[in-house]
Structures are given as C-alpha cells and as structure tokens.
Design a protein around this ligand. Structure first.
Ligand code: SF4
Length: 373
C-alpha cells in the first residue's frame, strides 16, 4: 500500500491546519493541473508540460511546503524549474537516455542494482513527495508499484547475504523516507542482521521538499543500523529554509551524518555565486557538500542540463574561494552505468623528473619537488 494519495483538486486547500505534519503535506500535494493553476500563474509552456507529464507517465507532485518556495509569477524561478513540468520535456536531445546509469542492466536481484564491487542500490519504493523534473529515474518513479513489500525485497536481502564483499547499501527509490517509519525500521533491521553490511546510506530529498518528515521518531528508527548516513539533495540556497535547516539539525543531533549531492542544473544553480551561497549554507547547517553532479542525460532534461565546460569553469572559480569542507567533488556519472568520474581541469601543468608544476587557484605556476628517496 502506498502512503501517497492522489489529491482531488476539488479538495479544499485553504485550511492549513495540520501543515506541520508530513502526512498532511503528502495528502495535500499538488498533483493535477487545476490545483497547480490555482496556485501558480502558469505559462503556456508549463500548462502543456503538466498535461503532457500527467499523460505520459512521469507524474507531478509538489508538496504545499515546496510549492511555498516557488515564485508564483516568475517562470524562471529556480525552485519552479525543478518541480513544474515544462513542454521542453517532450524534446529529445542527442545523448538522452531512458536509463542513463544502466540500472536495469545492472540489476542483480529484484530492486537491487550493483554498479561497483563493494556497494549496491536498494530501490525500496517508487514514490516521492515531489517529482523532480531532472530525476535520473523518471522512467520508474511514480510508475505505480508503490512501496516494495518486505517479501518482494526478500531476494535482494538473500543476495546480500550471499555476497559478503558488498559492505555499503544505498537505500533509494523513489524517496525511501516517504515510506512509513515502521517500514524504514524493518528494512534497516533486515540490513543490520547481515553482518557484512557495514554501512547504509539513505538517499532522500525529504529534508528539501518535506522537512516535516524528519521527526524524532524517524531519527530514532534511522539509528537502527549502527552506521546510517543520510544523503540529501539541496540544489539551491532558497531551499535552505528555517524548516529544512531544522530538519538537518535534527538528523545531525541524532548522530546521523548528512551529506549533500547537488545536481548542476541550467537556470537553477549554474553560477558561482549561487553555488557558493548554497555550499556555505550547507556547511553552516552541518551538512557536508559531497558531490556536485553533472546532470545525467535523462530523456527530456536537455533544457535543464549544462555543458561539462560550465561545470569545470564553476569549479575553477570556487576553488580557493570557499574552503575544502564547503567544496564538493565535481562528478560525471558516466552513461551506461560505467561509474562516477571526478573531473577537474588539469591542476598539473608540467612534470620534469622530481619536479611537478601546479597551477594554483590564482593562476600562479608553482613547483613541488619530490623528496630524493
Ligand atoms: S526525490 Fe529523488 S527519486 Fe524522487 S523524483 Fe526527486 S530525484 Fe527522483
């Protein structure tokens, strides 16, 4: 059974009583054109985008909280670009793929994907509180399967028991924290019983789109595996609201390390000032900026992607401008599921025997000399 319910647009939205409760937010998520039009002055492009998205399988859902961050009169609002469908989703550009990370080809058991020798991805649900328009898994999120039952994950757990070389499990989906606390606890209990699973990462956007979900009960449940890490997904400083910063604080105070993966998105965060503000805001919230991800070439996202050159230039201008703890690695996840590659424009400009010439963030060339032994 899924926790997400499609809300009839006729349902009264005026009363915000209960808005602090995550289930209320999920129940009142905007999932149809009429409800969105009532809240946002949509462009023709967006109206067509919503109709097309709802007709073609990659649904729309926006929590009232996240909708509250949208500039209702500016179609270029960075939050709006992330959650309101655009007609440009109909355009396929060269390189676009349905499953850019080759997850289906790397499935080793139902709902379990292995792309690296030591780690796997457990897809525990297909539901999210907000469907991000850049989502790498747009092929399957919200597709109707809902929360995977424990029985249907049984083969995945059995596979893990038979493969002790895998020590790192990323629980993802969909968004696993949109499942009930009981279901999350049950999955973590199963993983805790597999001795070779040393750590578990929960990939979730709820601190960004549904911060009410981070309750103290949930934090207790997340500690049921002795080493649970939270991987979240802030893309713009506007998302670092008081509520989301408080959600991150609850996680960190409960002993859960929180790391952030920002997706580089055109018209959202593709400038150095925005990224600087975001990364500094994350560190201030005790969240480590971990990756800046080059957007995956998912079909229908060409309008949201930048060139790799843009990413390299941005990293170059941030190097030295923010400290190491605020500077994530810039990563390209190679198409076809061949793995992540950290990319940086060459810092080494020459080598001559023991002498390595390096370019600093100020553009100076400086020699480092290796010791004689
Ligand atoms: S929350 Fe994650 S899985 Fe869900 S739509 Fe957004 S990016 Fe995709």
């Amino acid at each position: 059974m899924t926790l997400l319910r499609v809300v009839n647009s006729q349902e009264p939205q005026e009363s915000r009583e209960g808005a602090d409760d995550w289930r209320w937010q999920v129940r009142h998520a905007v999932t149809d054109l009429a409800a969105l039009q009532a809240a946002v002055s949509l462009t023709e492009n967006e109206r067509n985008g919503v109709e097309r998205a709802l007709g073609e399988g990659f649904p729309m859902s926006i929590t009232p909280y996240y909708l509250g961050l949208v500039d209702k009169s500016d179609p270029n609002c960075p939050i709006r670009r992330q959650c309101v469908p655009s007609d440009a989703e109909a355009i396929d550009v060269i390189g676009d793929m349905r499953d850019p990370l080759g997850e289906e080809a790397h499935e080793v058991a139902p709902h379990l994907v292995q792309r690296y020798p030591d780690r796997v991805l457990l897809l525990a649900t297909d539901r999210c509180s907000v469907y991000c328009r850049f989502c790498t898994r747009s092929r399957m999120v919200g597709a109707g399967g809902g929360v995977r039952s424990l029985e249907s994950l049984g083969e995945a757990f059995a596979w893990l028991r038979a493969h002790p070389e895998v020590c790192d499990v990323i629980v993802s989906g969909g968004d696993p924290l949109v499942m009930s606390t009981e279901r999350i606890a049950a999955i973590l209990d199963e993983l805790s019983r597999i001795e070779s699973v040393l750590y578990v990462r929960i990939a979730t956007r709820t601190p960004v789109t549904l911060p009410q979900r981070i309750t103290s009960d949930l934090c207790v449940a997340l500690r049921r595996h002795p080493s649970t890490w939270i991987m979240t997904h802030f893309n713009h400083p506007k998302e670092l609201t008081e509520a989301s910063r408080a959600a991150c604080a609850r996680l960190v105070d409960a002993g859960l390390p929180v790391m952030n993966q920002t997706v580089l998105l055109r018209g959202v965060n593709d400038n150095a000032n925005t990224l600087e503000q975001l990364f500094r805001g994350l560190v201030r919230s005790r969240v480590r900026p971990y990756y800046l991800l080059q957007a995956d070439p998912v079909r229908g996202t060409g309008h949201l992607r930048t060139s790799i050159e843009t990413g390299l230039s941005l990293m170059e201008s941030l190097q030295g401008r923010v400290s190491g703890i605020a500077l994530p690695k810039y990563i390209v996840d190679t198409p076809g599921g061949r793995g992540k590659v950290p990319v940086l424009r060459d810092a080494i400009v020459g080598r001559d025997g023991a002498i390595t010439t390096l370019r600093t963030f100020r553009g100076e060339l400086v020699d480092y000399i290796d010791p004689p032994h």
